[in-house]
Design a protein around this ligand. Structure first.
Ligand SMILES: NC(=O)c1ccc[n+]([C@@H]2O[C@H](COP(=O)([O-])OP(=O)(O)OC[C@H]3O[C@@H](n4cnc5c(N)ncnc54)[C@H](O)[C@@H]3O)[C@@H](O)[C@H]2O)c1
Length: 348
C-alpha cells in the first residue's frame, strides 16, 4: 500500500529535520524527543496547554506555546509529532495538514473510527505525508524476526500469539485520560491492541482480514475495558491471538510475542514496549532446542529508528511503505470491528 503524496519541499539530504511537538507529555518527553535527537533532528517548538510541559520545553531551548496555531506558522517546523490524548489527534493533525506540515501522529490514529476517517480525508486532500507512530515496527528485534520469517526459519507460519499488558489503575496519572471513554475512545483494547495488530501485519507482510474480541472490566474502577482478548486471521490464513490488559501486575511476564510455524517457533520476550532490548529465540520444531536469534543493532531505540525512518521517507529515501495512511486506517477499522464484536456496552 503506497501513499502517493509529495515529499517535503526543500528538505535537503544533509539538513536536520525541524520538529514541532503537539502534546509534550510522557511519550513525547521520554521517548520521542530523545529519539528525534538521536535521529539527527532538532526540537523547534512545543504546543501544550500545560505550563509545566512548556517550561520543560523552554529549558530544552525550544519555543513553547499554549496552543498549536503559532507553532504551525513557524517555517522552521518541518514535521509535526502529535502526542496529545487520543480525542485531540484529529484536530491537531488536521491543523498541521492545513499548514502543509508532514505529520507523525501517535497511535491510535484517533479516538473513534469516524474521526480517523475524517482525518484521513483531510490528509489526502492536503497531500501531506502522514504516518501513525507504530514504533514497534522499528524495534531491531522485530526487524530480525521479520527477516527470519521471510527467510523460512519457521516453515509455513501458522499462528501469532501476543501478550501485551500493564497495570493502569484509575489514579495512574493526576488526570488519567486513558480511563475516560470520551478522551481515550476505549480502554486496554484501544490503547494496547493497535501495536499488536500492526506488528502482526509487519511481521507477516500481509493484512489481518478477520477479527473478533471479548473485553472485560474486571479489576479497575473505571468505565473502559481493563482487558481484552482478540483473535484474528490474516489474508493467507495465519491465526493471531492478542491478550491486552491494564490489570496485570508488574512482576508477571507481560510482554511476549510468539510466531509459530510448521518447523519452529520464534519467541520474543520483553521486546514490545518503548525501549530497545529483550530477547529473541528460535525453538526448533523437531527437538525443541532453543537458540538465541542474533539481532543487528540490538541496542538502538525503536523511537530513534522510527524518527530516522520518517525523516528518510520525507526525503524520498528508505522504504516507500514504512508509513501508510491507508494501512493505519485499516488498523483503526480492525479496532472498531473488535469493539463491535465484543458487544460489551460498558466497554464502548
Ligand atoms: N507509541 C507508544 O509506545 C506510546 C506510549 C505512550 C503513549 N502513546 C500515545 O501518545 C499519546 C500521548 O500519551 P501520553 O502517555 O504521553 O499522555 P500524557 O497525558 O502524558 O501527555 C499528553 C500531553 O498532551 C497535552 N495536551 C492536552 N491537550 C492538548 C492540546 N489541546 N494541545 C496540545 N497538547 C495538549 C497534555 O497537557 C499532556 O502534556 C496518546 O495518544 C497515547 O496513546 C504512545
Amino acid at each position: 500500500m503506497l501513499d502517493n503524496v509529495s515529499p517535503l519541499p526543500g528538505l535537503a539530504a544533509s539538513a536536520a529535520l525541524g520538529w514541532g511537538v503537539i502534546g509534550f507529555g510522557w511519550v513525547a518527553r521520554d521517548y520521542a524527543l530523545p529519539g528525534l535527537r538521536q535521529a539527527g533532528g532538532h526540537l523547534v517548538a512545543v504546543a501544550d496547554p500545560n505550563a509545566a510541559a512548556r517550561e520543560r520545553a523552554t529549558r530544552l531551548g525550544a519555543r513553547a506555546y499554549a496552543d498549536a496555531s503559532t507553532l504551525l506558522t513557524d517555517p522552521a517546523v518541518q514535521a509535526v509529532y502529535v502526542a496529545t490524548p487520543n480525542h485531540l489527534h484529529r484536530a491537531a493533525v488536521e491543523a498541521a495538514a492545513a499548514a502543509g506540515k508532514a505529520v507523525l501522529c501517535e497511535k491510535p490514529m484517533a479516538a473513534t473510527l469516524a474521526d480517523a476517517e475524517a482525518l484521513a480525508r483531510t490528509v489526502r486532500r492536503a497531500g501531506i505525508r502522514y504516518g501513525t507512530a507504530f514504533d514497534q515496527r522499528h524495534h531491531p528485534a522485530h526487524e530480525a524476526m521479520r527477516a527470519a520469517i521471510a527467510g523460512g526459519a519457521i516453515g509455513t507460519v501458522t499462528a501469532v500469539r501476543i501478550a501485551y499488558a500493564c497495570w493502569v489503575d484509575a489514579g495512574w496519572t493526576h488526570d488519567n485520560w486513558r480511563a475516560d471513554p470520551a478522551r481515550a475512545g476505549g480502554g486496554a483494547l484501544m490503547d494496547l491492541a493497535p501495536h499488536g495488530l500492526d506488528l502482526v501485519e509487519y511481521l507477516l507482510g500481509e493484512p489481518l482480514t478477520e477479527i473478533a474480541a471479548l473485553t472485560q472490566r474486571r479489576a479497575q474502577a473505571y468505565a473502559v475495558d481493563d482487558g481484552a482478548m482478540l483473535i484474528g486471521r490474516t489474508e493467507s490464513g495465519v491465526l493471531a491471538q492478542l491478550h491486552v490488559a491494564y490489570n496485570c501486575p508488574e512482576g508477571l511476564p507481560r510482554r511476549q510475542l510468539e510466531v509459530l510455524g510448521t518447523t519452529g517457533q520464534l519467541l520474543a520476550e520483553r521486546t514490545m514496549g518503548q525501549t530497545p532490548g529483550g530477547t529473541v529465540h528460535l525453538i526448533d520444531g523437531r527437538l525443541g532446542l532453543r537458540c538465541p536469534v542474533p539481532v543487528p543493532d540490538a541496542n538502538a531505540s525503536p523511537f530513534a529508528r522510527q524518527m530516522a525512518a520518517f525523516a528518510a521517507w520525507l526525503r524520498d529515501e528508505g522504504a516507500a511503505d514504512a508509513f501508510s495512511l491507508e494501512r493505519d486506517l485499516h488498523t483503526m477499522r480492525l479496532l472498531a470491528r473488535a469493539y463491535a464484536a465484543a458487544e460489551h456496552p460498558a466497554c464502548r
